[in-house]
Design a protein around this ligand. Structure first.
Ligand SMILES: *[C@@H]1O[C@H](CO)[C@@H](O)[C@H](O)[C@H]1NC(C)=O
Ligand SMILES: *[C@@H]1O[C@H](CO)[C@@H](O)[C@H](O)[C@H]1NC(C)=O
Ligand SMILES: *[C@@H]1O[C@H](CO)[C@@H](O)[C@H](O)[C@H]1NC(C)=O
Length: 431
């Protein structure tokens, strides 16, 4: 009762959603029909101009923070600023570093100065990298040299007692090496002001993310049509991987879990056959020009026999997903969104089975800062994008998770990245 009373004061209760589907199965499909194979054929990768503007924004932020430099290893941050990914340069014991420093010689407009620290014997290969910059200096370190000493020419005057920010994923020995080479400088992980540059997505990024997520929903729907009672989890995964390949998306795959296997959020390892009383849970992702999607659907086949209790649980998760979405807007503290979903499940007596956080940031990384959990003080801003993925997991019995990612649009309101193909599932038969 207490919980119910709290909920009434906390949730926009008039807006508590109820799925509007027919009691057994829909009479006609309402899904938007767009060919999966061609869905992302017109997607445009991030332009050189956008990379340059990211570098300059970083330089301006460094300048505003009185920092000397920003240094990243190949990875999501270097990919964001310079198109330098771990797939184009594998990490090894020999450092290759992206160094960006602010050039404030024109006091009106701070520009980025970009350098790459490279092993000397690999300079030719480093020059072939598809790195996006207008002008770059290669700093070479020979095998017998201390690589971090060779960063000095990039930092020029200010290296004595400045602040050097490093990408949060940089390995410890890199940070140690930099600190030893610059003993009077402060070497530390990037602060919020810098992390937010990548956390808040641009229009071009959102276009790619929308296409990847829409295609993922279409791939799940296409796969469902080919599934039958008795199909194995591995066979289902193979069907959807083929659908992703056909659509030109990379690294496509799903965690596929049937029946009680879905009660283990990250799977059981057993290759179960789909039973007539089972829900199928597919948690899928694929990447488009470096941006991964993340969509989960829990559904039944037309031939499945689904109990009233299974439907009740599905509806509760659906309601939690919707309540979380309607709670999210610019200015809201992330933990409130997690709490709204949890409170909705508690009204259905199911909150104890929602064992993980509501969502994660998504962008160049499938899971990235910031996160939506019960302790997250992050204030949502325009361009932030997150997964919204409540779940109910009753061990040995049932698992239901529904996941769509959303972003905060310029008007401060949330928009699902799957909206272009109808958005969230509308019933257990319409994923
Ligand atoms: C970024 O790198 C990819 C290959 O990883 C390449 O296809 C693309 O052209 C590069 N983008 C720019 C702007 O250089
Ligand atoms: C940067 O330095 C200027 C001048 O010394 C100072 O006014 C300003 O507060 C500093 N900014 C930061 C973020 O430390
Ligand atoms: C499932 O039922 C719906 C509604 O009757 C129908 O439109 C759809 O084609 C059916 N799907 C399969 C795979 O038979």
């Amino acid at each position: 009762m207490l919980v119910g009373w709290l909920a009434l004061n906390f949730l926009p209760i008039h807006a508590v959603p109820q799925p509007q589907y027919h009691s057994v199965r829909p009479s006609e499909s309402t899904s938007v029909s767009i060919g999966l194979a061609k869905h992302c054929s017109k997607a445009v990768p991030i332009s050189a101009a956008e990379f340059h503007s990211r570098q300059d924004k970083l330089a301006q932020t460094l300048h505003a923070l009185n920092a000397t430099a920003y240094i990243a290893e190949p990875g999501a941050d270097a990919l964001y600023y310079a198109n330098l990914s771990m797939s184009s340069w594998k990490l090894s014991e020999r450092p290759l570093l992206l160094v960006i420093t602010p050039d404030a010689s024109d006091s009106e407009l701070v520009k980025a100065k970009v350098s790459i620290l490279t092993p000397k014997f690999e300079t030719a290969r480093a020059r072939l990298l598809p790195i996006a910059f207008q002008d770059v200096t290669f700093l070479e370190w020979a095998e017998e040299a201390n690589p971090y000493e060779m960063v000095k020419p990039a930092l020029a005057e200010a290296d004595a007692a400045g602040t050097i920010f490093v990408d949060g994923h940089a390995r410890h020995f890199i940070v140690d090496g930099l600190q030893s080479a610059f003993p009077t400088a402060t070497v530390k992980s990037s602060p919020t002001e810098i992390r937010q540059l990548r956390e808040r997505k641009s229009k071009a990024e959102l276009e790619l993310m929308k296409c990847a997520n829409e295609a993922t929903v279409l791939a799940i729907r296409e796969t469902r049509k080919k599934m039958y009672i008795g199909i194995r989890e591995s066979e289902t995964s193979a069907l959807i991987e083929a659908a992703f390949k056909g659509a030109g998306l990379k690294d496509g795959g799903c965690l596929t879990l049937f029946g009680e296997n879905a009660a283990l959020p990250h799977g059981s390892g057993a290759d179960r056959k789909l039973g007539v009383h089972d829900f199928a849970l597919l948690d899928c992702g694929a990447s488009l020009h470096g941006y991964p999607s993340d969509v989960t659907r829990t559904f039944a086949l037309n031939d499945s026999q689904i109990s009233a209790e299974q439907k009740r649980i599905w509806n509760a998760v659906w309601g939690a997903q919707n309540i979380a979405f309607t709670t999210a807007e610019a200015g809201v503290v992330a933990k409130r969104i997690d709490k709204a979903a949890r409170l909705f499940l508690s009204l259905n007596g199911l909150d104890q089975y929602f064992t993980h956080r509501l969502g994660h940031g998504i962008g160049l990384e499938g899971h990235e800062d910031p996160y939506i959990n019960g302790g997250s003080e992050t204030v949502l801003k325009t361009g932030h994008s997150f997964s919204d993925e409540p779940g109910v997991y009753i061990e040995g019995d049932i698992g239901v998770r529904l996941e769509d990612c959303f972003y905060i649009a310029d008007d401060g309101q949330p928009v699902y990245l799957t909206a272009g193909v109808g958005g969230v599932a509308t019933s257990p038969w319409e994923p």
